[in-house]
Ligand binder design. Structure first.
Ligand SMILES: [Fe+2]
Ligand SMILES: [Fe+2]
Length: 260
C-alpha cells in the first residue's frame, strides 16, 4: 500500500492575525497554503494520511497563536504530527495539542507507522537558543525506535537540518550534534530520508544513501547560498512525500504567488 504525507514547516504565526514578518502576512500565507491543499484533496490529487509540521509553528510563543493554528488546521488536527522549532514553546504546544503530544515536560517527539513505513519526529529545540540540539537521551530513544522497527523503511523529521546548506548565517545556527545523529543514522540501513525545516528554502543532499531534504516555509522564504539573511521573493510552499513499497518520492509545491 502506498501513502502520501505532507510536510509543512516554519509557519511563524503570530497572535495578531495581520502581523507581517519580512513583509509576509504569515497567517494569511498559511491559510492560502492550506486552501491550496484542500482544493488538491478535493480533486484527490493531494489526499494524504498525515501532515507533519516541522517546527517554528509560532513566531511569538503566544498561547493565542497556537490556538489560531489549531483553528486553521480544523478537522485535520488528528492527522497532524508536530515537533517544535527554535521559536516554539513546548508547554504551549502541549496545552493546545494535548492529543498529539506526550504529557510531561520533556521533548516532543513522535513515532508512527504509515503504509509499512516508520515516521519519526525528533525535537531539536533548545530554550532561548536559535541553534538546535538533540541530546544523548533522545538519541538513545531514537536508536531504540530504529532497533524496534528494523523491517520498516524510515524517514526522520527534525526542525534543524543535520547538514550545512551553504548559507553562512544559517549554518552558524544549525544542529549542534548533527554528527552524533548521523552516526546513529549510519548504523541502521533502513533510514531512507531526513526532512527538515528551519532554513526556509528547498535544499537536498544525499549522505550514505540517505536523502536529506529541507522544505520552504509556508510564509517567509530565504534566498539560498547567502552569507546573510536575504529574503527570497518566491512564494510559500510545502512538501509532498509519497511512500512506495521500498522507496519514497518527494517534491516541493509552491503557491502561484506570495501573500503580502
Ligand atoms: Fe523558521
Ligand atoms: Fe527555525
Amino acid at each position: 500500500m502506498n501513502a502520501r504525507i505532507l510536510q509543512l514547516t516554519d509557519l511563524h504565526l503570530t497572535a495578531d492575525p495581520d502581523a507581517t514578518l519580512k513583509g509576509i502576512r504569515t497567517r494569511a500565507s498559511l491559510a492560502s497554503v492550506l486552501q491550496a491543499i484542500r482544493e488538491g484533496v478535493s480533486d484527490q490529487e493531494l489526499e494524504f494520511e498525515y501532515v507533519i509540521l516541522t517546527g517554528d509553528l509560532a513566531h511569538d510563543e503566544q498561547l493565542a497563536t497556537y490556538k489560531a493554528l489549531r483553528a486553521l488546521l480544523g478537522d485535520w488536527v488528528s492527522r497532524c504530527r508536530l515537533i517544535p522549532g527554535n521559536h516554539d514553546d513546548r508547554m504551549l504546544i502541549r496545552e493546545v495539542f494535548p492529543e498529539l503530544v506526550s504529557a510531561g515536560t520533556g521533548r516532543i517527539t513522535f513515532s508512527i507507522e504509515s503504509a509499512g513505513w516508520r515516521l519519526i519526529g525528533l525535537d531539536s529545540h533548545v530554550d532561548g537558543e536559535t541553534y538546535g540540539r538533540i541530546g544523548d537521551d533522545q538519541l538513545q530513544w531514537l536508536a531504540g525506535e530504529l532497533g524496534a522497527h528494523i523491517s520498516q523503511p524510515t524517514i526522520l523529521f527534525i526542525h534543524h537540518p543535520p547538514v550545512i546548506v551553504h548559507s553562512a548565517w544559517l549554518d552558524r545556527i544549525g544542529l549542534l550534534d548533527a554528527a552524533d545523529l548521523l552516526d546513529v543514522v549510519r548504523s541502521y540501513s533502513h533510514i531512507r530520508g531526513i526532512c527538515s525545516g528551519h532554513v526556509h528554502q528547498e535544499f537536498s543532499a544525499t549522505l550514505d544513501g540517505v536523502q536529506i531534504l529541507t522544505t520552504p516555509s509556508t510564509g517567509v522564504q530565504f534566498l539560498p547560498r547567502q552569507d546573510e539573511l536575504i529574503c527570497d521573493q518566491r512564494p510559500p510552499g510545502f512538501r509532498i512525500i509519497r511512500l512506495n513499497d521500498h522507496r519514497f518520492e518527494s517534491n516541493v509545491v509552491r503557491l502561484a504567488e506570495s501573500v503580502e
